[in-house]
Design a binder for this molecule. Structure first.
Ligand SMILES: Cc1cc2nc3c(=O)[nH]c(=O)nc-3n(C[C@H](O)[C@H](O)[C@H](O)COP(=O)(O)OP(=O)(O)OC[C@H]3O[C@@H](n4cnc5c(N)ncnc54)[C@H](O)[C@@H]3O)c2cc1C
Length: 566
């Protein structure tokens, strides 16, 4: 079996990349270990906490004990299904701040400044916003919408931000990220709109794009050139049992290798792309030697530079029975599900993250470094713990932690989970930033706008005010926002820590690229689905040799950022 291009991973970036290559007339095979994305738990946005906990859809990875968080072992979910993590994520849509990408370019990823990436964000989007905007795209495959914001708490959150002295933003994905406003979601006509919906399925219908189900075990390298991928078939889902809307297009791998006439591209996520490189002999030589893997390219940066966003849930008790808690029982859930099935409307038709905020933590910070997700329910993201009674919350956390971790092999067998160490909260700066984020959140919930809705603080709790008490709370309760990235860092080819050059080519091996969240030089300011898809779109252009023209627009920066926090 062979194709011009072999892509490993039908996730956020892989789907976009495969579509663009196939659209240009090339034959493309995508290898995906996960199975069908059919079924209401993935399709219904309001059910988002289910797929991320299901072994069928999640790789089930965990961190090593995190030394600075009391040795906690934390869940590190990653999508294992068509659409990858975009099929199990929270559907929040954030491009990131323009300065994030300018920083990428300064770090050696030449050609990835905001002026370079904006045309790709535009090309991928079909934004259903209230007003057309030159910053946004309206003809791309990825539908982006806003919720109906019928719950008054959504407006209270934005009003509280304004009352606390912050900006209001009409479109945080446009010129002005900083401020409070309406959140956007990858939801279309009441259904999750994953990268598979946007790119993979239409691409398979229209072009020479095939999907093969199997576990990629390693890249086959001959004479310094990647020529294919060795794989193992995945016995769990047979073609016949798949209820995908494109079942005939999914072929189970009956072969042990797939050859690439032109290139192999890894898009297997920030955990599995470095793992696959290492299994293929590309990585830190001493670590490969520990596992008896012959070294093809000694790249110490593979698996290094792991980054994430860490957050806490700041929860308030509600004085009015208007939160989503009213549906948090068997009858309520049945009603939400039935309404969604029949009409694609109601609380099931949204991820319920409909208001947000991006603020700067202190004077001297040029652009936002704290993000808020507001939710009219007091619950953990993964749905595992809910406060008794009506409540609401903001997920809050710093956006640019200096902590760095690693992804390493646990063995030389491809089925063994990698060893993941985030090393969260390993610097003093992390602690000051996190305390500040919590104190600023408390101040927002104390504003007039919440007076009629608030019956006091649930978590961290009104008595958790000292540095020591806040630190203890963070140590015990901080959770991943599920944004791992950076483990195959893109940068200047002469830098030994770089894994891929600015064309996403793996340094030291011909015919091999990486295109997913692992190549981010630095984490972006917000959730990572949009920038991961952008990476897939843009790397395809680099491969095809036809990058889009730059667009040098200026983002809004607070005029008094040097001297004021708001
Ligand atoms: C629970 C959760 C909630 C999130 N919430 C949000 C959110 O609300 N908004 C947002 O913007 N971001 C969110 N994210 C993050 C975002 O979805 C990811 O950062 C993004 O999807 C990563 O894209 P990717 O292309 O790097 O990898 P993925 O989308 O994870 O794709 C990798 C693909 O490769 C496949 N694969 C891996 N290894 C192999 C192998 N050896 N053989 C074959 N196939 C393989 C995987 O099965 C997967 O399909 C969330 C993530 C999670 C897990």
């Amino acid at each position: 079996m062979q194709a011009d291009f072999v892509v490993v991973g039908a996730g956020s970036a892989g789907c976009a990349l495969a579509y663009r290559l196939a659209e240009a007339g090339h034959s493309v095979i995508v290898i995906e270990y996960g199975g069908s994305d059919w079924g209401p738990l993935i399709r219904m946005p309001g059910a988002l906490s289910y797929p991320m906990n299901m072994a069928r859809y999640d790789w089930g990875y965990h961190t090593e004990p995190e030394p600075h968080l009391g040795g906690r072992v934390m869940a590190a979910p990653r999508g294992k299904v068509i659409g990858g993590s975009s099929s199990i994520n929270g559907m929040v849509y954030v491009r990131g701040h323009a300065r994030d990408f300018d920083t990428w370019a300064q770090m050696g990823a030449i050609g990835w400044s905001f002026a370079d990436v904006l045309p790709y964000f535009r090309r991928m989007e079909h934004w259903h916003g209230p007003e057309p905007s030159s910053w946004r795209g309206d003809a791309g495959p990825l539908h982006v919408s806003r919720g109906t914001r019928t719950n008054p708490l959504y407006h209270a959150f934005v009003d509280a931000g304004r009352q606390a002295g912050y900006e209001v933003t009409e479109d945080y994905n446009g010129a002005k990220q900083e401020g409070f406003g309406a959140f956007e979601q990858t939801v279309h006509k009441g259904r999750r709109w994953s990268a598979a919906d946007a790119y993979l399925k239409p691409g398979m219908r229209r072009f020479n794009l095939r999907l093969v189900q199997g576990l990629a075990e390693r890249v086959i390298v001959e004479d310094g050139r990647a020529v294919g991928v060795a794989l193992r078939s995945s016995p769990r889902f047979s073609v016949a049992s798949l209820k995908s809307d494109t079942p005939r297009l999914l072929t189970e791998a009956l072969v042990s290798e797939i050859r690439a006439r032109r290139e192999v591209i890894l898009a297997a996520s920030a955990f599995n792309s470095p793992k696959l490189l290492m299994l293929s002999g590309i990585g830190p030589a001493d670590h490969l030697a520990e596992h008896g893997i012959p070294v093809i390219a000694d790249r110490p940066g593979v698996g290094a530079n792991l980054q994430d966003h860490l957050e806490v849930y700041f929860q308030m008790r509600s004085s009015q029975p208007i939160t989503l808690y009213r549906y948090w029982n068997l009858l309520g859930k049945a009603w939400v599900g039935a309404r969604w099935l029949l009409t694609r409307t109601g609380p099931g038709a949204t991820n319920n993250f409909e208001s947000c905020g991006f603020i700067r933590s202190r004077a001297g910070v040029e652009y936002p470094d704290i993000q808020f997700h507001f939710l009219p329910l007091a619950v953990r993201y993964d749905g595992k713990m809910i406060a008794e009674g009506h409540g609401f919350q903001a997920h809050v956390g710093p956006m640019r932690s200096p902590s760095r971790g690693t992804v390493r092999l646990n063995g030389s067998d491809a089925v063994t989970a990698p060893e993941i160490r985030f090393n969260y909260m390993s610097t003093a700066e992390d602690w000051t930033d996190f305390r500040r984020a919590i104190r600023l959140t408390r101040e927002i919930f104390q504003q007039e706008a919440f007076r009629e809705f608030s019956a006091g603080e649930l978590l961290p709790g009104a008595n958790v005010t000292s540095d020591e008490a806040l630190d203890a709370y963070i140590r015990e309760h901080a959770e991943s926002a599920y944004h791992p990235c950076g483990t195959c860092r893109m940068g200047d080819a002469s830098d030994p820590g770089t894994v891929v050059d600015p064309d996403a080519r793996v340094i030291g091996v011909e015919g091999l690229r990486v295109a997913d969240s692992s190549i981010f030089p630095q984490i972006t300011n917000g959730n990572l689905n949009a920038p991961s898809i952008m990476v897939g779109e843009k790397v395809a252009s680099h491969i095809l040799g036809e990058t889009l023209p730059r667009d040098d627009v200026k983002p809004w920066i607070h005029p008094e950022w040097k001297t004021g926090q708001r």
